[in-house]
Design a binder for this molecule. Structure first.
Ligand code: DGL
Length: 272
């Protein structure tokens, strides 16, 4: 198949990467995607790096061997922090795009220069995040909140748990609001969290700016493909433009795609 017509591989520890896939589909209407939810091995955020690296390698290997992908999007902050440098070394010249918590746009746009950051423990403890934060510490004050259990509660659509954890974690960060000294910006540093935006709003109020990373990732993917002359030409039909795979509960991915994106996703079980 011509290089430009091959699909783009996208993966996450589970359903969270659908928030990135949504942005990719909007930005790149001519492209086909293969999405892998590693739900059988989630969560990544509370496991050590070796687990995340091993899973990232296994999924990427599968995407290359079975789907002949032309580019890879790591739609997971935790996997990006732990593994993207290795994937780039091992898979060059494959174009690879990762995601990082939106601290830079937060520092640039927060009026009060006070920003809350929700992410997994793995992301917040990573070297990559430490460097990102270090470079911005003169620009804004960041309050970091590891959100143990939240991604898996979203994975399971456990609404009671989601409500309790969102209340606990936003409460632990301090006061959100637009008055001076309050946090007027909240960074959603895990791709699962955009799906509970409505719940978070109950605790932080309607005016606080919420930032996620899907749209910048989609724009960066477009730039890389454009530069490589690999953008697909023909417009894809919405149905069938993404092949969905899950290493865990296929029904859960199907239901998440329906609930959050209004997509009818046919999900195939994947045993890797
Ligand atoms: N969605 C992943 C991220 O963006 C993490 C969820 C998990 O802990 O598996 O970091």
């Amino acid at each position: 198949m011509a290089l430009a017509e091959r699909p783009i591989g996208v993966f996450d520890s589970g359903v969270g990467g659908l928030s990135v896939l949504r942005a990719l589909c909007a930005e790149l209407p001519n492209e086909r995607f293969v999405y892998v939810a590693d739900s059988g091995h989630a969560p990544y955020g509370e496991r050590d790096d070796s687990h995340v690296i091993e899973r990232s390698r296994a999924i990427t290997h599968h995407l290359r061997q079975q789907h002949d992908i032309k580019a890879l999007v790591v739609a997971c902050n935790t996997a990006t922090a732990a593994a993207i440098h290795l994937l780039r070394e091992e898979l060059a010249p494959l174009p690879i795009v990762g995601i990082e918590p939106a601290l830079k746009p937060a520092a640039a746009t927060s009026q009060n220069k006070r920003v809350g950051v929700m992410a997994t423990r793995g992301t917040l403890q990573s070297e990559k995040f430490r460097i990102l934060l270090e470079g911005l510490k003169e620009k804004a004050h960041f309050t970091l909140q590891p959100c143990d259990g939240l991604a898996i509660a979203i994975e399971r659509n456990d609404t009671t748990k989601i409500g309790a954890l969102c209340a606990e974690y936003t409460g632990a960060m301090g006061i959100f609001g637009m008055s001076s000294g309050e946090m007027d910006t909240l960074v959603l540093g895990c791709t699962h969290y955009p799906f509970v935006e409505q719940v978070l709003r109950q605790y932080i109020g309607p005016d606080v700016q919420l930032l996620e990373g899907g749209a910048p990732v989609a724009r960066q993917t477009r730039r890389l493909l454009e530069a490589a002359g690999q953008l697909a030409k023909g417009l894809q039909q919405p149905s069938g433009r993404t092949a969905f795979f899950s290493t865990g509960d296929t029904q859960a991915l199907m239901e998440s795609a329906k609930r959050w994106l209004r997509w009818d996703a046919d999900v195939t079980a994947l045993n890797i």
